[in-house]
Design a protein around this ligand. Structure first.
Ligand code: UTP
Length: 463
C-alpha cells in the first residue's frame, strides 16, 4: 500500500485520532510511522471487528454435532500385534527421513506473564531446562536413534523472533546444528479497542497482535519452508506447541496410525477432566471431524453425559497434530482461509502521556485445528493425559509451571518404577530426553541396576 492509500484507509475507517497523532509527529517520525504501519491489513481488521461486534458468530449449531471415531487407549491388555505393526509403520517414516517437526512458539504468553519468549521459560524440575531445550533434546535423541536429520521448524512472533533465534545460538542449537533448525515469524493483525478504535503501541507503531497458531500454515508457505521440506522429500509434519513439556515429539505410534489411516490431519486427544474444563472438544460437525472451542459450544453439549454417566463429548484437544505436507500445500488453493476468532485480552501499551498502561483490546486469531474440516481423511487418537499433556498457560494454579513440573516428575517416576527402581517420595527427579524418550529406554538402561549416584544435591537426574 502506498503512503497515501494507507492514510486514506485510516480516514475511511474514521480513525481520526490516529491521523491527528500522525500529523503531530516530526517529519522524521512521520516517515517511521508510515514505514512501520503501511503494510498492516486494516481492511481485514475492521471487517473482523464488524463481524465480531455483538453476537458470537462462532457458536456451533447443535444440530450439526455427532460423536467422532477415536482410537482409544486400550482398556484391557494391548493388542500387541496390531500395535507393533502400527509402530513399525511410524518408525519406518522416521527412518526414511519423511518426518519434520514444527513447534509453534509465537503468541504473547500473556497469562504466564514471563519476560521473554515462552520457550525460554525454565521448566524442568532439577536442571531448570527451558521448554525449548526439553523439546529440542527430544528431536536430537530421535535423530540419533533413527540416524537421520530431523528438521526442527520453529514459528516465532515478530516480537520474540530475535530473542528466540539468539537463545538458540547462545545454546549451540541444543546440539542440533544451525542447519537443522529453521525459524519463521507468524503474521500480525492490528488489534482494535472494544469501541472500534486502532491503538498506538508507542509513538510510532500501531498495536498489533500475532494472528494465532492457525497462521503457522500460511507462514510456512510464505517463508518458503513448506516447499523446502517437500523438495527435500519430507512428507509429514509433526506439530506441537512449545508450552507442553510432556509432548512425545514425532511419536512413532501416532505417526503409524496417521499413515495407516491415510490421514491428512491427525490429532491426539485426552479425556476431559470434568464438564467444567475449558478445553476444545473433538467431535463431528456436519459429518466432518472438527474441534470446537469450549466457548463456541452450547452448555448442554459441554455437560452432556452418556448412559453410563460419563462425559459424552469427552475428547479434549491437546494441540498435538500431524499434518501431511501435501495437505498444507493444498490449503493454499483457498488462500489458507481459516476462520478468524476474536479474543478480548489485555494489552500493554505506552499511553499518550508516556506511562505504561494496560487496556482491553479485541485480537483476531485463526486456530490451526480449523484446518481439520478441509481434510478428506483424518485420524484421532486418545492418549493418557498424565503421560502426554501438561500445558504451561498460567502463572499459578491450573496449567501452570508448578503443575507441569509435578506432571514431569510423576511421569519420570513411573518410568523408573517400571524399570524396578523406587525413588523416595519428595525426591526431585528428572530424566533427560537424551537418556530416555520413554519407559522402554529406562528399562533397557537401568534394569537390574541400582540407581547409583546420578543425584545432584539429593535430586535424581539421569542423562
Ligand atoms: P495460547 O493460545 O495458549 O496463547 O498458545 P499464548 O500466546 O501462549 O498465551 P496467552 O493466551 O497470551 O496467555 C498456545 C500455543 O500456540 C502458540 C504459543 O506459543 C503456544 O505454544 N501460539 C499462540 C503461536 O505460536 N501464535 C499465536 O498467535 C498464538
Amino acid at each position: 500500500m502506498t503512503d497515501q492509500e494507507f492514510l486514506g484507509t485510516l480516514e475511511l475507517f474514521e480513525q481520526l485520532h490516529i491521523l491527528d497523532h500522525y500529523r503531530s509527529l516530526s517529519s522524521h517520525h512521520k516517515r517511521s510511522f508510515l514505514d512501520a504501519n503501511r503494510d498492516l491489513d486494516l481492511h481485514l481488521a475492521f471487517q473482523l471487528y464488524r463481524k465480531f461486534c455483538g453476537a458470537n458468530p462462532g457458536a456451533v449449531d447443535p444440530a450439526m454435532i455427532s460423536p467422532p471415531d477415536i482410537i482409544c487407549v486400550p482398556k484391557g491388555a494391548p493388542q500387541n500385534t496390531d500395535a507393533s505393526a502400527v509402530l513399525a509403520t511410524g518408525e519406518a517414516l522416521l527412518r526414511q527421513q519423511k518426518v519434520a517437526v514444527l513447534i509453534v512458539a509465537g503468541g504473547q504468553g500473556s497469562r504466564l506473564g514471563f519476560e521473554g519468549p515462552k520457550g525460554t521459560f525454565p521448566l524442568s524440575p532439577v536442571r531448570g531446562k527451558t521448554l525449548f531445550q526439553l523439546l529440542s533434546e527430544q528431536v536430537r535423541a530421535l535423530s540419533t536413534r533413527y540416524r537421520v536429520p530431523i528438521p526442527l521448524l520453529i514459528m516465532t512472533s515478530t516480537d520474540n523472533h530475535q530473542d528466540t533465534v539468539g537463545f538458540f545460538r547462545q545454546n549451540g542449537f541444543f546440539g542440533l546444528g544451525p542447519d537443522a533448525v529453521h525459524f519463521f515469524p507468524q503474521g500480525v493483525l492490528p488489534a482494535v479497542s472494544p469501541d472500534g478504535r486502532l491503538i498506538m503501541k508507542d509513538n510510532i507503531h500501531l498495536y498489533t497482535s500475532p494472528d494465532g497458531h492457525g497462521g503457522s500454515l500460511k507462514a510456512l508457505w510464505d517463508s518458503g519452508l513448506l516447499f523446502k521440506m517437500i523438495d527435500s522429500g519430507y512428507e509429514e509434519l509433526f506439530y506441537c506447541q512449545v508450552d507442553n513439556p510432556l509432548v512425545r515429539i514425532a511419536d512413532p505410534l501416532f505417526l503409524g496410525h496417521h499413515r495407516q489411516a491415510l490421514s491428512q490431519v491427525s490429532t491426539k486427544v485426552v479425556r476431559r477432566r470434568s464438564i467444567e474444563e475449558k478445553v476444545g472438544v473433538y467431535l463431528k460437525l456436519n459429518g466432518k471431524d472438527a474441534i470446537a472451542e469450549y466457548s463456541d459450544l452450547d452448555e448442554r453439549y459441554m455437560s452432556a453425559l452418556d448412559d453410563g454417566g460419563e462425559i459424552l463429548y469427552w475428547a479434549g484437544n491437546t494441540a498435538i497434530h500431524i499434518f501431511s505436507l501435501s495437505f498444507i500445500r493444498e490449503l493454499n488453493k483457498n488462500g489458507f482461509a481459516l476462520p478468524y476468532h476474536c479474543a478480548k485480552k489485555s494489552a500493554y501499551i505506552v499511553s499518550s502521556d508516556w506511562e505504561p498502561a494496560t487496556i482491553d483490546v479485541c485480537k483476531f486469531e485463526t486456530f490451526v485445528f480449523d484446518a481439520l474440516p478441509f481434510a478428506q481423511k483424518t485420524c484421532c487418537m486418545e492418549v493418557t493425559r498424565e503421560d502426554e499433556f501438561a500445558p504451561v498457560k498460567n502463572k499459578e494454579g491450573n496449567d501452570s509451571p508448578d503443575t507441569a513440573r509435578a506432571a514431569l516428575t510423576a511421569l519420570h517416576r513411573r518410568w523408573l518404577t517400571r524399570a524396578g527402581i523406587d525413588v523416595p517420595e519428595g525426591t526431585r527427579l528428572e530424566i533427560s530426553p537424551l537418556y530416555a524418550l520413554g519407559p522402554e529406554d529406562v528399562i533397557k538402561k537401568q534394569k537390574g541396576k541400582k540407581l547409583t549416584k546420578p543425584a545432584i544435591n539429593g535430586d535424581v537426574y539421569l542423562e
